[in-house]
Write a protein that binds this ligand. Sequence first.
Ligand code: K7E
Ligand code: CUA
Length: 637
Amino acid sequence: MLSSCGNQNGKSSSNSALASNNAEKVYVAPGEQDEFYAFMSGGYSGNITVYGLPSGRMFKEIPVFSQFPTSGYGYSEETKPMLETSFGFVPWDDSHHPDISQTQGELDGRWIFINGNNTPRIARISLETFETEEIIEIPNSAGNHSSSFITENTEYVVAGTRFSVPVPQRDMPINEYKSNFKGALSFISVDPEHGHLDLKFQLMMPGFNYDLSHPGRDKSHGWFFFTTYNTEEANSLLEVNASQNDKDFIAAVNWKKIEEYVNNGGGTMMPANYAHNVYDESTHTATSTMKKEVLTVDPLKVPGAVYFLPTPKSPHGCDVDPTGQYIIGNGKLSADLTVHSFDKMIAAIEGKKFDGEAYGIPILKFEDILAGVVKSGGLGPLHTEFDGKGNAYTTFFISSEVVKWKLGTWEVIDRKPTFYSVGHLMIPGGNSRKPFGKYVVAMNKITKDRYLPTGPELEHSAQLYDITGDKMELIYDFPTHGEPHYAAGIPAEILAPKSKKIYRLDENEHPDAVISPDQARVERKGNEVHIYMSMIRSHFTPDNIEGVKVGDEVYFHITNHEQDFDVPHGFAMIGQNSSELLIMPGQTKSSVWYPKKPGVWPFYCTDFCSALHQEMQGYIRVSPADSNIELSWSLGE
Ligand code: K7E
Ligand code: CUA
C-alpha cells in the first residue's frame, strides 16, 4: 500500500505537492505578511475578495454590486444609491474581470475596476479605502462581459457587450436578430485625478457576441482588441448555430482615431437612460443620477478605425503580451492557439490587403497577420497571461491544465494539470507591460475532492504555481468565494503603505454627522424621527430614547468617534428590516427602522470592540400611534 497516510482518494504525496520546500514557499509565519495582494472577482457573488499570496489567506470581501450585511453596504441610506440602475434598485450582479489602474503600462495601484455582467455596469473601487466609489451603468448593452479592461494610462475603462440587442431597445421579433441587432463597445473615460467615470462614446458594431477584450500596450497602445463569437448571428441553439463558421473575428479598434473623431464633433448623440452613482468620501454618501444621452459612433464613419482579424474558432480569451506585439486568440473549440502580429496587422492595413468585409468593416487575411500557432496538444484554451520573461501561460478548460509556451518560437515548454477545469489564470501584473512573474494562480471551476465536502456545493478552488523555474510547480490549493473568473494581483509594497487607517472626524462633512457628543439629539419632523447619535468605546450617545410611536419612520444617523485604526463599531436594532451598520472610525452611516409594536426595544453594538462591548447597548421606547409621550433622550440619567 503506497497511500498509507489516510488519503482516501489514493493519491500519493508526489502529486499533492507535499515536498517540504513547497510548504516553505507558501508558509507566511504568524506576524509576517504576504508579498502580493490578489483581487479575485466574485462571479455570482457580485463582489471582489482580497487574498494574500502566497499564503492564500482571505483578507476581505469588498462589496461592489451586491448588498452586503457585513458592512451595511447597499442597506445604509448612504450606500443604497450605489445600486440604483435604469431598472430600479438592483442589489446583485455577476462580476468577472477586475483590472488595476495603470500609468505608462505599469500598475499604479490607485483603483481597481470590475464589470457587472448581468445588469451592465462598471465599478471603480478605491485601493486606499477598499470601498466602491463609483458605479456607471452601460446603456445599449446586455451581458457586459468583454469588460472591464483599462488602457495603459487608465485613459479609458472599456466595456463590450456579450449579447447584441436591438438599439434602441424595442419590441421586435427575436428571429429578426440578424443584421438588426447591434453590439455596443463602450469607452468610459477615467478622470486622471479623481477617477470619475464618464461614458465618452459607444462604438456600434455588428450584432456579434463580444466576449473578451484587452488593450494594446506599448507599440500597440491606442488599439483595443475584442474577441467575437456568433458571427453567424444565430438567435437560438447557439451551441450548434454559433459554431458554424470556421473562423470568427478579433475586432481591432483604433480608439485613438475614434477619440479624435469624437473630439472633433463626430458621432451621434442618442437618447438613453442609465445610472451614474458616485460615493463622496467626505460626506460618506452616494448620489445617483440618471444620464439621458450617449454619444454613439458608427464604425463606417471613421475609416481606418476598425478591422476584423479572422480567428479560429469561437475564440474566448483575447490577450496581448507585455510588448504589445502579440494578440492571442484562444479558440475554445480549437486545440491550437492563434497568435496575431501587431506589426503584420499594420502592414496589411497599410497594404490594403483585405479578404472582403463584414457589414462594411474590412477583414484582414488570416495568413497575412498570423505571427504563429501554438500547437499545444491541449483542449479548450481559454485565457493567457505573461511572466514578463518571454513566456505565456494558457489555461485549457477541457484538458484541465496550464500550458507554458514561448512567445516568438511558439514552442510548448511545460504543462501542468489543474484540479479541475480551469477558467482564468492570473500573474500579478500579467495584464500590463511589467508582470511580476513569480506565481501564477489558476482559478478552477470544479473542486470535487480537493477539500472536505460541504454538501453538494463546494467553494471553487484556486491553485498556486511557482513559475520562477523552467517548470511550473504546483505549491498550494486554496478555496475562493463565489466564482472567481479573472483576478488582478499587485505587489503589497505598492498598496500597503497608502492603505487608509481612519476617516478623520474633523474632515467629516456628512450633513447628519454628530461631531461632538453634545450635538447628539433626536428630532421629529411629522412622522419622521431622526436620531443623531455618536458612538465610542463603550456607549452610544444617547442610549435611552422615548416618544417614538408605532407608524413612525425612524432614521438613525450614527457617527463613530473613534480615531484609532481598526476600531469600528456596529449598530443593530431589533426587528429592523435591514442589516446592521458597521461604522468605521470617523465615519457616519444611517439606516431606517419602522417600529411596528409598542414596547421597549434594544439596540446594540455588533462588533466586539472592547472589554465592555457587551455593555454597548441602549433602548428605544415605542408607544402606540395615538400616544402623547414627548420625544426625549438621555445618557446616564
Ligand atoms: Cu473566461 Cu467571464 Cu473571463 Cu469566466 S470568463 S472563465
Ligand atoms: Cu462598540 Cu462593540
